[in-house]
Each structure stands twice: as C-alpha cells, then as structure tokens.
Design a binder for this molecule. Structure first.
Ligand code: NAD
Ligand code: UFG
Length: 341
C-alpha cells in the first residue's frame, strides 16, 4: 500500500483530499492539531469511504512530534495543507503566521529529510500573484503577494523548491488554488468556518440557513458586465482530484527528480458575485436577501486562472460547474447548519 500523509487533513480541503485519496486506493495518515477543524470531519470521512485514515494529533511546529510521526508510519509522500489562511488575521498577527506557515513547514521538511520521505505537494494560493494586470493568470505570471498570508505561501514554495532542487530523489509540486468552494456530494463533510465567515460561499450559506440576515455584495461599480467582482471558483472535489493526480504524477516515472513544478488549480472560468448569488438562489429554490454595499478593501476586479498547465502535466481538468458548487455547498450546510458542532 502507498501511504500519503495529509498535514491539515482534518480541515476543509484536507478532509476532501483525504477522502479522495482513500477512494483512489491510497492509505492516508492525517496529522492535524485541530486549530481550525474537528475530529468529526475524519469520522465522517471514514463513514463515507471504504477505508479509514489514521489520525495523529500534533502541531507541525513540534519537531519531536513530527519525528515520532515519521518513525512510526511508513510515509511515501506528503500533501502539506496545515497552516493558517485568514488574510485579515495575517495582517494583524504576522509573527503567528510566519511561525505556523513558514517555521511549521521547515520543521515538516526537516523531518522528511531525516526520514527519507522525498515527495511533497504544497497547498499554495493564487494570492501569491497579488494584483496582476493580465488575465487569465499563468504560472509564469510574476508573483507579488500583498499580505503576510500570501508572503508565507510564496516563502514556503521557495523553500520547498530549494530543498527539492538538491535532495537526492526528491520530487515535489506546488499547487496554487483559486477559490475552492462546495462540498462532497454526500453532504457529510464541508466547510465549517469558525467565527465570522469572510468568504462569499460560506457567508451566503449562512444567510440561506437564517444564521445571517443578508448577503452584503461588496461593490457593484467594478468594470465588469454586471459591476460585481469576478472570481474563478473551483469545486473542492475537483481540487481533491487534482491532488490525487499530483500524487500519481510524483510517484510515476513521468516526474523528474529535483523539480518542483508550479500548477494553478482553477477552472479557467470566472463568475461575478451577482452570478454566484443567482446560482445559490436557484440551488436553494428560495430568495436569499442581498444588498449592495461599499467595496471591500484590498479586493481586485477579476481573478481567473489559466488552467492549461494542469491539463497538460497532470491530465486534470475541473469538471464541476457553478450549479453543482452551490447545490453541494447547500446540501452540506442544510444538513449541518452549525457545521460539525
Ligand atoms: P482549514 O483551516 O480548514 O485547514 C487547515 C488545517 O490545518 C486545519 O485542519 C487546521 O486545524 C490545521 N492546522 C493549522 N495549524 C496547524 C498546525 N500548527 N499544526 C497542525 N495542523 C494545523 O483551511 P483549508 O481551507 O482547508 O486550507 C488548507 C490549505 O489550503 C491551507 O494551507 C490554505 O492556506 C490553502 N489554501 C486555501 C484556500 C481556501 O480558499 N480555502 C485557498 C488557497 C490555498
Ligand atoms: N464578497 C462579497 N460579500 C461577502 C464576501 C465576499 O461580495 O460577504 C465578494 C468579494 O468582494 C469578492 C468575492 O465575493 O469579490 C469573493 O470573495 P472571497 O472572500 O470568497 O474570495 P477572495 O477571492 O476575496 O479571497 C480568496 C481567498 C483568500 C485569497 C484570495 C486570493 O479566500 O485567502 O482568494 O487568492 F487570498
């Protein structure tokens, strides 16, 4: 059996990846400190798959815990998702973000070096591109992150690239996600933001269940057809399948030693906030109150991936559209109005 370690595997994206790895015949070990997740996500994953992941509780900054993890499990490759991801919090608490995201990642890579584990997939973000003027965004587009969160992602990309560049037998991959949304079709696992939801899908979902009064649409004076900002939303199950393809690739003869390809994971299609709102109303079958408010600081007009490299290198292409993203996110939220709690 080939065993994949998912750090942060109990979180929103990690739980879907863990599920998809199990369904693809991999064994999975999840390492998570539950800073932003619940054990229940892993219990649910076990319920809806044939296999069950092993769960190890620990912090990626804890070198001894990582050593014990690699000493007691034969790991073939790592998908490194653990970390902090709130842009606003990263501006308020930069030291915390650099510690968890950067120092935590180097601790993980040191443990991999010590234990001879030589394949890593790193969860990066399209936010590393900052505010590019040319759309769609290619992997060769210049990086210019504008907040500490984005800077930590770019730093870890560079650290992993350098380690992979000289490590004997090392092969790695950086995946830059656009806007992951939706949930597994079972409605058993999904996004469960603790506190106030910053992002569009979880916010609309909470309006739909009545937890929040209305959606605030941040600005309708953008230079887009309907005036609202456009993003490249990607179904979390498509994203999960992209990770399985990345692992398949790294463990195959196709991958080159000492290389760390960078790959965008998006659909290549953009939707405006108003289009997303309309698709949600269709998925729910009722009106979702919304109001136009001022623009949100730091938002860009349009963010859209050129997703062709993923298809060429990995044979992966997103297949799920906006309607499925809304239907699946709604199924999860409706069945679990308070998330996992
Ligand atoms: P999430 O918060 O749901 O998952 C992150 C997981 O890491 C959580 O389970 C959390 O408990 C765990 N974690 C945090 N600090 C840890 C630590 N010190 N030690 C061990 N575990 C720790 O977030 P997500 O949306 O699933 O994101 C997963 C990864 O994808 C993150 O690295 C994030 O930066 C990246 N990403 C997310 C998005 C997005 O929009 N959700 C976009 C681009 C990239
Ligand atoms: N929006 C609203 N109302 C809301 C929430 C969002 O109108 O209540 C709008 C935003 O203004 C934006 C769009 O919906 O135009 C999408 O917003 P999200 O917050 O869902 O996503 P972003 O594209 O702003 O942010 C995401 C990730 C960040 C990452 C960024 C760039 O959440 O972590 O992409 O890659 F930094």
């Amino acid at each position: 059996m080939t065993t994949i370690l998912t750090t942060g595997g109990a979180g929103y994206i990690g739980s879907h990846i863990t599920l998809e790895l199990l369904n693809s015949g991999y064994d999975v070990v999840v390492f998570d400190n539950f800073h932003n997740s619940s054990r229940k996500s892993i219990e649910r994953v076990s319920r809806i798959t044939n296999g069950a992941p092993k769960l190890v509780e620990g912090d990626i900054r804890d070198q001894a815990a990582l050593d014990a993890l690699f000493a007691s499990h034969k790991i073939d490759a790592v998908i490194h998702l653990a970390g902090l991801k709130a842009v606003g919090e990263s501006v308020a608490r930069p030291a915390f973000y650099y510690d968890v995201n950067v120092a935590g990642s180097t601790a993980l890579f040191n443990a991999m070096l010590k234990h001879g584990v030589r394949h890593a997939v790193f969860s990066s973000s399209a936010t590393v591109y900052g505010e590019p003027e040319i759309m769609p965004i290619e992997e060769t587009t210049a990086t210019a992150p504008v907040n500490p969160y984005g800077k930590t992602k770019l730093m870890v990309e560079q650290i992993l690239t350098d380690i992979t560049g000289i490590g004997e037998g090392w092969r790695s991959m950086v995946l830059r996600y656009f806007n992951p949304v939706g949930a597994h079709i079972s409605g058993q696992i999904g996004e469960d933001p603790l506190g106030f939801p910053d992002n569009l899908f979880p916010f609309i979902a909470q309006v739909a269940t009545g937890r929040r009064e209305k959606l605030n649409i941040f600005g309708d004076d953008y230079p887009t057809p309907d005036g609202t900002a456009i993003r490249d939303y990607i179904h979390v199950m498509d994203l999960a399948r992209g990770h399985v393809k990345a692992i398949d690739y790294l463990l195959s003869e196709r991958a080159e030693n000492n290389q760390t390809p960078i790959v965008n994971l998006g659909t290549g299609n953009g939707f405006s906030v108003k289009e997303v709102h309309a698709a949600w109303q269709k998925a729910c079958g009722f009106n979702i109150p919304a109001e136009i408010t001022a623009r949100r600081d730091g938002d860009v007009t349009i963010y859209c991936a050129d997703a062709s490299k993923a298809e060429a290198l990995l044979g992966w292409k997103a297949s799920q559209g906006l309607a499925e993203m809304c239907e699946d996110h709604w199924r999860w939220q409706k069945a679990n109005p308070q998330g996992y709690s």
